[in-house]
Design a protein around this ligand. Sequence first.
Ligand code: PLP
Length: 400
Amino acid sequence: MPGFELFGDTERKHLNDVLDNGVLMRYGFDGMRKGHWKARELEAALCERMHAKHAKLVSSGTAALTVALASAGVGAGDEVIMPVFTFVASFESLMAVGAVPVLVDIDDTLTLDPAAVEKAITPRTRVVMPVHMCGSSAQLRELKALCDRHNLLLLEDACQAIGGTYDGKPLGSYGDLGCFSFDYVKTITCGEGGGIITDNAEYAKHADHYSDHGHDHEGNDRGAEQHPFLGYNYRISELHAAVGLAQLSRLDDFLSIQKKNYTVLRTALQGIPGVTFRRVPEEAEENYSFLSFFLPDESTTRKVHKALGDSGVDGCFYWYDNNWHYIKKWDHLKQLKALGKLPAELVKGMPDYSKIGFPASDAIMGRTISVLIKLSWTAQEVEERAVKMADAIRAVPEMS
Ligand SMILES: *Cc1c(COP(=O)(O)O)cnc(C)c1O
């Protein structure tokens, strides 16, 4: 997944453009910047690559989710349906706008189970937020149908799935709003950064103002700008955008390397009895940033995960025990450990997650291992890794 493996001359060129004129700020300073507008250029490139009418860059993927929610007017007490398998950023962004995270089960796609979503809809629900975890799509057609039926917004968290598609559309462009992360470990990186795409002109305008203190960016005199509503500072800098501009131009190359490496590993595991793979919806193509597979039961999965580590295969994740990505270990959320007082509407609306179990998701996550697909592996390294993985799995007594 990580684009940081392959920095090169394109990144250097765009960075040097910015350092040469010294304008690290994305807005204003028109005279000084000698025609370089890296954030603007990256927004235009993102629109084109993602088939979206509007794109807004911000300081992180978490900021992108927060700004996307705010741009659509989501606020205190509104309920947002999100999956139990994601990154902690999902509920952080909701709570940042005062919205209530309503956590629901995933299925064997490792993304939102549409049936669980339907059951969780209440009169307070405003948004369904699928997370395209580990490079592959949620069941967007089913989720969109639910959203249309109940008049809800569909906000795609495509932070881990840039370059994947659904129904031929780039992930992020299918719903009302889509978000990307360009943090250091994502498929393409700015160091830190995020992006929002939408076809909705009003949300785009809101995101533009909201992410820069509510400034309306009208006219040439920055000091005369109006503030139609309150905002914050979620700006990206020109330095970050410069790196991202280079990385986006290389995205399709990265995707084809990932696909090639993924295919070698998958082929090696395919023939092992008891190994099955994460379901990718029929309409979707993943971005091949992870290979995720299931073992027959939790105890075997733990043994296989350990065997892979012991045999020197790095980058294998057992998310079930991971406190970044699965609800089981989100104690800070379950106990609402905030530094200050949380908004009353949020606390009132918040289910007691310390008392709610998710056996259906546990049954899937307990059996899931994901392997990170790297870009920098040589063909020989991938082949060796494939053999090592298959051997390690087969050597677990339960698997032979
Ligand atoms: C990385 C990530 C985010 C947040 O992105 P940051 O840029 O790190 O803030 C949000 N959601 C998911 C699923 C992610 O993987």
